[in-house]
Design a protein around this ligand. Structure first.
Ligand SMILES: [Zn+2]
Length: 145
């Protein structure tokens, strides 16, 4: 085995998998306790999953659970994109072993350097527009009297 890959138990809400993980994946999955969790790691390469245990079946199986995922790329909050959501599913009974969501900051996507100043300019432009609108409304009322 190479130095930066090791076999670890990764817990999900409905079971766990035994998989080969990198140092980076291991540190992502470590939430401070002794256990490692699948959710913060996200989608593993199915090739790296050796076996898994399904709590619903109460059994251990060879190989990987089925991983179903989609890439909605929808904005869930300001500057926060839901890039991917997925599930590890028991291939025998169909119960979820683990779920995960991967978020991206919007300004980490694409051409970051250009996107932000344009956005700020637009906001400032909007404020100026509102002020102008306000002034012309006032003037209109002045004429009305
Ligand atoms: Zn199962």
């Amino acid at each position: 085995m190479s130095e930066d890959l090791r076999i670890k138990k990764l817990r999900g809400s409905g079971g766990f998998v035994i998989a080969q993980v990198t140092d980076e994946q291991q540190s992502k999955g470590n939430l401070g306790g002794p256990d490692l969790f699948l959710a913060p790691i996200g989608r593993l390469d199915v090739e790296s999953i050796k076996k898994y245990t399904c709590n619903t079946c109460d059994k251990e199986y060879e190989g990987s659970p089925k991983i179903e995922y989609e890439n909605p790329n929808e904005e869930v909050a300001e500057n926060l994109i839901l890039a991917e959501r997925g599930q590890y599913i028991c291939t025998i009974c169909g119960s979820p072993i683990a779920e995960y969501r991967e978020f991206k900051k919007q300004n980490e996507l694409g051409d970051v350097g250009n996107a932000k100043p344009i956005e700020m300019q637009t906001e400032i432009g909007q404020e100026v527009m509102n002020e102008v609108q306000q002034q012309s409304d006032d003037q209109y009322h002045e004429f009305d009297k």
